[in-house]
Design a protein around this ligand. Sequence first.
Ligand code: LLP
Length: 463
Amino acid sequence: MSRSAHPAGPRHADVLPDGHYAAPPADLNSLDEKVWSRTVGRNDDGVVTVAGLEVTRLAEEFGTPAYFLDEADFRARCRAWADAFGQDADVFYAGKAFLSRAVVRWLQEEGLNLDVCSGGELTTALDAGMPAERIAFHGNNKTVEEIERAVRAGVGRIVLDSFQEIVRVAHIAQSLGKRQPVLIRVTVGVEAHTHEFIATAHEDQKFGIALAGGQAAEAVRRALKLDGLELLGIHSHIGSQIFDMAGFEVSARRVVQLLAEIRDEHGVELPEIDLGGGLGIAYTSDDDPREPQEIAKALGEIVTRECESASLRSPRISVEPGRAIVGPTAFTLYEVGTIKPLEGLRTYVSVDGGMSDNIRTALYDAEYTVALVSRTSTAEPMLVRVVGKHCESGDIVVKDAFLPADLAPGDLIAVPATGAYCRSMASNYNHALRPPVVAVRDGQARVIVRRETEEDLLRLDVG
Ligand code: LLP
């Protein structure tokens, strides 16, 4: 939603308690294509459709809350990334954003690789048939069991995150009679402009090995000496939901400078660099995300320029977008329950989900939009806060938004751009049942992750 400093004479209901003025959109029935997936529209009856399917019918068939994932959009985004980076680069989808067997199959069909960061993600990837050599394994505290499994499976890369892990992976690989291809994750010391919990390239945090103070150079020295490791290159991930290209550019430059130092010290030109993920998406109409071509061009130019000036061969580049691929492809469908107008403040609209299916608002202060999708309305805009059904006041899905004043219990509302880090971070808080993910494509809907049941809850409770 668009927010600005308090202009002269706003309507009382439009002044947010933080002193900002929120302008209602010109037309509450319109759907900004920036935040909705590509096949979303409204039909002649005013009902929102996705892939040609009416949300009212989807709600009847699959219930609410539920995530609806636009498969054609997901595949198109995969192709856009693969095309932008071309033959001389690799795109690894970051599975932490959202992973299921169907997603793994789509990635394979669209020619993408996969980044996993736990035994569970690795199992899902292998089970769905992703070739091990197309998997990169991440994490700051991989267990010995996870490392053994990854090495045995033959994953294409393990991304080493600490001095201890360098030795641990080398030892495990050697004892299995293997030489494991690895990258070393470095922290390049840039402050990414994003929420502090999802910034990862400054030094005071848990990931990677600092370039500063020669730590990364020392890690390379040690890795090159170990027979169990085949050091392929350097990895850097600066954070997530980033719009500003500057951080990626600094990171690319510093990683290439490290390659040059390695060449000078060891006479080895490492063949790869991985510049991580982190590209931001539009959650509201105010966000202006970069396109994959822009990122590919900017990174490619910097790497080429830096390599030329250091007389290095250009390494193969990889990137790891998660949010930018899956984020915009899904929305969460909720049914409106109670509606509570608070005089002079705002109206609280409670839905049948909440922080258990979208923790991002509570955790990162994330902003979302919302729309009435089961019908259109010509009623006046009303300032709302969309909240869940959990037992805490921070259970907020959409902080500030406008919905029509005739909103009523039983209406369906949807929150767009919930494909990334919503189902994958969903919880059972208050014994909520985690919602299903329904893939929609060409007039067909199919459940790819089913709704949790009370039997599922009881099955885990073995006391
Ligand atoms: N590569 C590495 C090594 C990562 O740690 C991550 C994300 C990615 C790639 C993918 O980043 P993306 O392109 O999706 O921004 N739960 C937070 C985001 C945490 C990101 C963790 N790492 C959120 O909901 O915003």
